[in-house]
Write a protein that binds this ligand. Structure first.
Ligand SMILES: Cc1cc2nc3c(=O)[nH]c(=O)nc-3n(C[C@H](O)[C@H](O)[C@H](O)COP(=O)(O)O)c2cc1C
Length: 192
């Protein structure tokens, strides 16, 4: 049977659901859940987040010009959802979720201590698109939890328990299917 044609919409899934931390002082520190996010350039390293203008975090990040993209884990799944349905206008999300803001290495926005990887960013430009504005971000530092760095110095993403977001639901990552280039490689897949 032929595929059904739907009206144009957002169907690129799965995506990460990241917790973006922002704010220049403890009083305004905030966390916003963002699924419209990704990498746009390797060299220089650049990412993006897209936000609606009415988000409390929108005002903070556009004014301070900084934020931190914190990867989320199974342990952070509930907080990830909670920070995505409550606003920093009415809540201290760090305190109410029992999460810890910690100083970032380069930016003044805090990092999320409970996240295994915190990607510190500066706003390069804001591109108005329609419902959302795209914040094009320069990555200025990546902070990785040493707990997940193995003996060879490699970050063990599998051990970090990352989650993804797919069409309204959160998922753990599933089994390993292959590695970059495995389709042409003689090396065996380690399923550990
Ligand atoms: C899984 C998930 C993904 C979300 N992704 C986005 C997003 O990409 N952009 C956005 O503007 N809002 C997104 N939201 C909604 C915001 O996180 C939500 O409106 C939040 O309350 C805004 O917080 P703030 O007002 O403290 O900034 C998402 C919410 C959830 C639950």
């Amino acid at each position: 049977m032929a595929k059904e044609n739907w009206k144009p919409g957002t169907m690129v899934y799965p995506l990460p659901a990241v917790l973006v931390s922002c704010g220049a002082s403890r009083e305004e520190y905030n966390l916003i859940t963002v699924a419209w996010t990704g990498t746009v350039c390797t060299e220089p390293p650049m990412c993006y987040i897209s936000m609606r203008k009415d988000r409390h975090s929108y005002g903070i990040i556009s004014r301070t010009g900084e934020c931190v993209i914190n990867l989320t884990t199974e342990a952070l799944a509930r907080a990830t959802d909670w920070c995505g349905v409550n606003s920093g206008r009415d809540h201290d999300k760090f305190a109410e979720c029992g999460l810890t803001p910690e100083p970032s290495a380069v930016v003044s926005a805090p990092s999320l201590a409970e996240s295994p990887v915190s990607i510190e960013c500066r706003v390069n430009r804001i591109i108005p698109l329609g419902s959302h504005d795209m914040f094009l971000l320069d990555v200025v530092n990546v902070a990785a939890d040493p707990k997940y760095i193995d003996k060879s110095g490699r970050f063990d993403m599998r051990a970090a328990g990352l989650i993804s977001y797919c069409h309204g639901e959160y998922f753990s990552l599933g089994k390993v299917l292959g590695f970059f280039g495995w389709s042409v490689s003689k090396r065996k897949i380690s399923r550990r």
